[in-house]
Design a protein around this ligand. Structure first.
Ligand code: MN
Ligand code: MN
Length: 465
């Protein structure tokens, strides 16, 4: 090899280095990545709704020794517990060696994903077919949700207080459901609509059956037959839809994407691709210096409002209970706390690179992406992490040899988006977004890179040591 020139040496010293993390990866590390991602794929396959994600996360945490929070118990360093918020959000805590007054290390991700919810009065019959009316949840491109197999997940809560779980369409032997679309032959008028209007909200109707109940007199016999099936299976009547939460999600399983198997395609990467690494990291945390908190929240896709979202007092009260246990002021604890708001960012898509500013866009396989601020246009609606806090995170990642990059969500004037970071920042906590770059975000089948998932997990482990 020839000697480096002065210029080359100086460049090495002065330039910011970012490179594809897979370029010089060892076989040993690649195997670790694969193993971790297989666990992630298993999690994704069974945790398609916020309720299922909470249930599955608690199962994983209980195996790692977490118990439900007990307000009468005096917790000491190394103790681990969880707080289940209505089965839709959950906080995991591992008590650290230092007092809560010195701050806690929080990871926060969300476990709700864009989807279609059934309306309260969803079932109807028209043209001898039975259908469900839906109300979409979160930001979706509606046309993407037609003509793909769909599954129905959720609960019926009955008047007697019992709750029946529903999960139809995931098993190969199950039937699935579908939103129909117009044939191209008759789509002359539809084709003139804008892409956003190509399929309208009221056209997202789910086809659920076509076979009439055998009777000569009664009307709406297809609907009747569907209700009969539901009644036999779940003991419900049409009125029980009024107190149900039924979510329609793509009936697709997580799969490797690409001949080199470097990518994962699945529904709901946003934001389980950050929730799972955060969960596994805290489950593996033994006795950290500062108390570790991992919060998996609901409602991010609709703005974080509501009692299971992060714009509620849920996290505040978890920290308050922690501080109270040692007679400390929780406001002091919050002020000294640090948080990785773990959420996805947009990855650079070569087909649509015009929406990105390449120097500040995240790329797949370049590692966990740090996002100092989000917001729209002039940074409206964002927490902007302080330079000091970015320096802290940068130092932590570099010292541990974690592959990472920075990324903005698209060009300045184009659009933008938000995460839970600002709600946690508003409590006085230092917060920055760290997560995984995604292609086709909010689509029924989103894409991430395995390396990025693994580096995000490593960042969480480092943060809560
Ligand atoms: Mn998200
Ligand atoms: Mn999202």
């Amino acid at each position: 090899m020839s000697e480096k020139t002065v210029g080359e040496k100086l460049k090495e010293e002065l330039f910011l280095k970012r490179e594809n993390g897979l370029k010089n990866i060892s076989d040993e590390k690649w195997e670790k990545i694969i193993a971790f991602c297989e666990g992630y794929k298993d999690f994704l396959a069974v945790a398609k709704t916020e309720r299922e994600a909470v249930k599955t996360s608690i199962e994983i945490a209980e195996k790692a020794g977490f118990l439900p929070y007990d307000s009468n118990k005096k917790y000491v360093a190394g103790d681990r517990y969880y707080v289940n918020n209505r089965g839709k959000a959950v906080a995991f805590v591992v008590v650290g060696k230092h007092s809560a007054k010195e701050g806690v290390q929080i990871t926060a991700a969300h476990i709700d994903s864009p989807r279609m919810d059934l309306k309260q009065n969803p079932l109807y019959e028209e043209g001898d077919l039975a259908l469900f009316k839906t109300h979409y949840y979160g930001g979706i491109k509606k046309y993407q949700w037609t003509t793909i197999p769909l599954a129905l997940h959720g609960v019926f809560a009955k008047r007697d207080g019992s709750v029946v779980e529903v999960n139809i369409g995931e098993d190969e032997a199950d039937p699935c459901f579908v939103v129909t679309d117009l044939l191209p032959h008759l789509a002359q008028e539809q084709s003139k609509r804008t892409l956003a209007e190509g399929i309208k909200g009221e056209e997202l109707n789910i086809l659920i059956g076509s076979r009439p109940f055998k009777d000569d007199k009664a009307s709406e016999l297809v609907k009747l037959n569907i209700l009969k099936i539901l009644n036999e299976k779940y003991g419900v009547t049409e009125a029980d839809f009024l107190s149900a939460e039924l979510e329609v999600v793509p009936a697709v399983k997580p799969r490797d994407v690409g001949l080199d198997r470097s990518l994962i395609g699945a529904y709901g990467h946003d934001d389980r691709v950050c929730a799972y690494p955060a969960l596994i990291a805290i489950a593996e945390t033994e006795c950290p210096e500062k108390t570790a908190v991992c919060i998996l929240a609901d409602k991010e896709e609709t703005g974080s409002d509501g009692n299971t979202g992060l714009n509620s007092d849920f996290l505040r009260f978890v920290v308050r209970d922690l501080a109270k246990g040692e007679g400390a002021d929780y406001t002091v604890a919050l002020r000294n706390s640090k948080c990785l708001s773990a959420d996805v960012n947009a990855g650079l898509d070569p087909t649509f690179k015009d929406v990105m500013e390449a120097r500040n866009a995240a790329k797949l396989n370049f590692g966990a992406v740090i996002t100092k601020y989000t917001g729209a246009r002039g940074k409206s609606g964002t927490s902007d992490a302080s330079a000091e806090y970015v320096a802290y995170v940068r130092n932590m990642l570099d010292k541990a040899g974690i592959i990472w990059q920075t990324g903005e969500l698209g060009k300045v004037d184009l659009g933008g988006g938000g995460t839970v970071a600002m709600y946690i920042a508003n409590m006085g906590v230092d917060v920055i977004d760290l997560g995984v770059p995604v292609l086709s975000m909010h689509a029924p089948f989103e894409i991430v890179s395995k390396l990025d998932v693994y580096e995000t997990y490593r960042a969480m482990v480092e943060f809560q040591k």
